[in-house]
Design a protein around this ligand. Sequence first.
Ligand SMILES: [Zn+2]
Length: 107
Amino acid sequence: MNCKDVEKLIPLFLEDQLDTEELRDFVDHIHTCKECEEELTIQLLVTEGLQRLESGNAFNLQDEFKCHIADAAHTLKVRENMKWLLLGLEGLVLVLSLTILSLIFIW
Ligand SMILES: [Zn+2]
């Protein structure tokens, strides 16, 4: 993923609309690219900061930024775990079907 891709995905990231693959590449890039990190910070400020200020709540840009990145990392972890869980379940179903099939054949 290059800077142009990341720039396009920032609004989607802020709305939590990226799929697992995109989210992983996006976060990886943000961690390694100072310019995109800055761009994300600015967009975060524009979209969320203004809303927050309008509603009279305090807004800490640094905290918000960290919070978003931590959320993304958490989402990735959960999705990764779900993937393994589903794989495990599929394996279980396969084993059960094979067991049932072999039982049918034995009888
Ligand atoms: Zn970049």
